[in-house]
Design a protein around this ligand. Structure first.
Ligand code: WQD
Length: 342
C-alpha cells in the first residue's frame, strides 16, 4: 500500500509543486490549507495536471479540532509541514502573528501527529537561519553558525529547535529539516507558479511582473556590495528541484532514515544583474531597473554547499538559471495576474 502523505500549507507555491511531484512519485497525498496566503484555484490546476481530483481539507493548522478531524479521517504516515507566514518585512511589523501562526501551527501539528502515531515530518526551513553570512562562511554548510535576523527567521530557527528537542524526547520521531535557499521558477506547464499577494518582496516574482508589464521598473537594492558586479548574490533553486528534494527526504524517512538537516540549494550564486539579464533572455522583454539604496538586513552574498543532501538523500539539482527564468516567464505570461484572473 502506498504511504499517505499530509501536506500543510498545501496550496502554497512550494507545497503545490511538491504535491504534484509526490503524486507523480506514486504517493497518496492529502492537502490541508486555510487559503490565508494561497488560492483555491491551485486545486483545479493540480487536477488538470494530475488527472484526478486532489484530496483536500480546508483547515487552519492552529485549529486543534479541525486538524484532529483531518488526521482521524486520513491517518497519514508522514507530514510535510509547509504552513507558515514567510514575509521577512511583514514579520518585523507583526511578530506576534508570525510566532502564533508559524510556531503555534507547528506545535499543534506535532501534537496531533503524536496522538495519531505519525512520527515522520519533513519541515520547511530556510537559509535565513544562517543570518547574514560573511564571505568567509561561504559556501554555507549545515554546521555553519545560526542566527535569527528577523522574526520570520526566528520562527524557522525555533521550529528546528522544537523538532530537535521532540526527536530527543521521542525515539521513534524522525524529522528532515530542509533549508531552502532561494526558490524560483514554476512547473513547465505554466499552470502553477509563484503568486505573491501585493507587491512582491522577492526578486524573481518582481522581475516577472516587470517583464509582463504589471510593474514599471525593478529597484536594485544596492550595487556597492563586495560582489563581482556589486549587487547581491544568491543561490536560486528551481522550485521543481526543490519539490524533488522533498520527495527524496520522504523516501529517506519512510525507509527508516535518522533525523537530519540539509541545505537545498544549487551551490551556485548569481547576482541580481545576472538574474535580470537571464530573465531578459528568457522573456525577450526588457527589464528596466534603477539602483536604489541597500535593503536593511540583506547580506552581500549567500549560497549553499549542497553536498550533504546529495550524500544523504541522493538528491541534487537539475535545472540552471536559464530554465528557472524560462519556466517563471511561461507561468507569468500565461497568468499575468496570477491565480486571481481565474
Ligand atoms: C534576493 C536579492 C535583494 C527584491 C528571502 C528571505 C528568505 C527566503 C527567500 C522565505 C537580494 C535583491 C530583491 C527587489 C532587489 N524566503 N532584490 N530588488 O532576501 O535572499 O531571501 O527570500 O523563506 O527567507 O530572506 O531573497 O528575492 O528578497 O532578494 O534588488 O525588488 O535580490 O537585495 O540581493 P532573499 P530576495
Amino acid at each position: 500500500m502506498t504511504a499517505k502523505i499530509l501536506l500543510t500549507g498545501a496550496t502554497g507555491y512550494i507545497a503545490s509543486h511538491t504535491w504534484l511531484a509526490l503524486l507523480e512519485a506514486g504517493f497518496e497525498v492529502v492537502g490541508v490549507d486555510n487559503f490565508s496566503n494561497s488560492s483555491p484555484e491551485v486545486l483545479k490546476r493540480l487536477e488538470r495536471l494530475s488527472g484526478r481530483p486532489p484530496v483536500f481539507e480546508r483547515a487552519d493548522v492552529c485549529d486543534e479540532a479541525a486538524l484532529e478531524a483531518v488526521f482521524a479521517a486520513h491517518k497519514p504516515a508522514a507530514v510535510v509541514h509547509f504552513a507558515a507566514f514567510k514575509a521577512v518585512g511583514e514579520s518585523t511589523a507583526m511578530p506576534l502573528a508570525y510566532y502564533r501562526n508559524n510556531l503555534g501551527g507547528l506545535i499543534n501539528t506535532c501534537e496531533t501527529m503524536k496522538r495519531h502515531g505519525c512520527a515522520r515530518m519533513v519541515f520547511s526551513s530556510s537559509a535565513t537561519v544562517y543570518g547574514a553570512p560573511r564571505p568567509q562562511d561561504l559556501p554555507l554548510r549545515e554546521d555553519a553558525a545560526l542566527s535569527a535576523v528577523n522574526p520570520y527567521g526566528a520562527t524557522k530557527l525555533m521550529g528546528e529547535t522544537i523538532l530537535r528537542d521532540l526527536g530527543a524526547a521521542e525515539p521513534d520521531w524522525q524529522t528532515a529539516c530542509l533549508r531552502y535557499f532561494n526558490p524560483v521558477g514554476a512547473h513547465e506547464s505554466g499552470l502553477i507558479g509563484e503568486d505573491p499577494r501585493g507587491i512582491p518582496n522577492n526578486l524573481m516574482p518582481y522581475v516577472a511582473q516587470v517583464a509582463v508589464g504589471r510593474r514599471a521598473e525593478l529597484q536594485v537594492f544596492g550595487n556597492d556590495y563586495e560582489t563581482p558586479d556589486g549587487t547581491g548574490v544568491r543561490d536560486y533553486i528551481h522550485v521543481v528541484d526543490l519539490a524533488e528534494g522533498h520527495v527524496a527526504a520522504l523516501r529517506y524517512l519512510l525507509a527508516g532514515g535518522e533525523s537530519l538537516t540539509v541545505n537545498l540549494g544549487t551551490g551556485q550564486g548569481y547576482s541580481v544583474l545576472d538574474l535580470v539579464r537571464a530573465y531578459e533572455a528568457a522573456s525577450g522583454r526588457p527589464i528596466p531597473y534603477r539602483i536604489a539604496p541597500r535593503r536593511a538586513g540583506d547580506a552581500a552574498a549567500c549560497w549553499a554547499d549542497p553536498a550533504l543532501a546529495r550524500e544523504k538523500l541522493g538528491w541534487s539539482t537539475r535545472y540552471d538559471l536559464a530554465r528557472m527564468c524560462q519556466d517563471s516567464w511561461r507561468w507569468q505570461h500565461m497568468n499575468p495576474r496570477g491565480y486571481e484572473q481565474a
